[in-house]
Design a protein around this ligand. Structure first.
Ligand code: PEP
Ligand code: MN
Length: 292
């Protein structure tokens, strides 16, 4: 114990880990189970822009086979002059989308003072890449007792990322889903936005019993690259995907946030269809039982 065990609560072999690989650490978000052998697909807009947009996308992603809805009401933007999200109104729209579609909702919280409020509307709290080491925020979502989706910062080492998860665990909350969303390498600004770190998936699974999913949308920044990155993530052993989706006929130019990485519901449906064999394959490698 001590400095050589910076993430002792979430590491493989910790007392809190389920006793065998046949009983993985499962996270229950509403009716959805994350961390089992069936990969979970979370999909929705980058940002809640208005009621019609979000309800339309929510229906479309459910029809395409997604099991959870994503959408930002509080958006972390590089410039303060960019669209910051609808805030409270966005949360209400997300709650309405959940009521209508039955899809549990994950949405980002950026401010420790807003954790209680966001938790009243959401089923899972997202910690964005930029806030991965916002320690007061991590402690606050830990205390909320809600499932937490913890995105990796694009410059974070594995140890820093797991250390961040440990802050949530240290508040008694082990309902943590890790999310690889691309790291910064030398290729940015050319053909992609970030670089999907596929290697980290198996490294995470060696180090911790927490489930890990992949975000192919932010990892690439380009809709046409999303299907390959999604499939690769599942083939590498990721236990789910979180994908940005737009309306079938929406104009990427007019999206208020991340338009060029949003895929259509038809493309999402194709990803859902194609990940099934890839997931079975990676389960065999991880020796996880398939559901009956
Ligand atoms: C998002 O999910 O919309 C988002 C802002 O992602 P990240 O924090 O990974 O950049
Ligand atoms: Mn986004």
């Amino acid at each position: 114990m001590g400095h050589d065990e910076p993430y002792r609560l979430i590491r493989r072999g910790a007392r809190s880990e389920p006793p065998s690989a046949a009983f993985p650490h499962l996270i229950q978000v509403g009716e959805v189970t994350i961390g089992g052998s069936a990969p979970v697909v979370i999909a929705g807009p980058c940002a809640v822009e208005n009621r019609a947009q979000t309800l339309g996308i929510a229906r479309a992603v459910r029809a395409a086979g997604a099991q959870m809805l994503r959408g930002g009401a509080y958006k972390p933007r590089t410039s303060p002059h960019d669209f910051q999200g609808l805030g409270q109104a966005g949360l209400e729209i997300l709650a309405e989308a959940r009521a209508e579609t039955g899809l549990p909702v994950v949405t980002e919280v950026m401010d420790p003072r807003l954790v209680e409020r966001v938790a009243r509307y959401a089923d899972c709290l997202q910690i964005g890449a930029r806030n991965m080491q916002n320690f007061p925020l991590l402690r606050e979502v830990g205390r909320s007792g809600m499932p937490v989706l913890l995105k990796r910062h694009w410059g974070a080492t594995l140890e820093e990322w797991l250390g961040a998860a440990e802050y949530i665990a240290a508040e008694g909350n082990l309902q943590i889903i890790l999310c690889e969303r691309g790291i910064r390498t030398f290729t940015q600004g050319g053909y992609n936005r970030f670089t999907l770190d596929l290697n980290v998936i198996s490294a995470v699974q060696r180090e911790t019993f927490l489930p890990v999913i992949v975000d192919p949308s932010h990892a690439t920044g380009r809709a046409e690259m999303v299907p390959a990155a999604a499939l690769a993530g599942i083939a590498a052993g990721a236990q789910g995907l979180i994908i940005e989706v737009m309306g079938e006929d929406a104009d990427p130019e007019r999206a208020l946030c991340d338009g060029f990485q949003a895929i259509t519901p038809a493309a999402l449906r194709e990803i859902v269809r194609r990940i099934r064999p890839a997931a079975a394959e990676s389960d065999q490698r991880r020796n996880l039982p398939r559901p009956a």
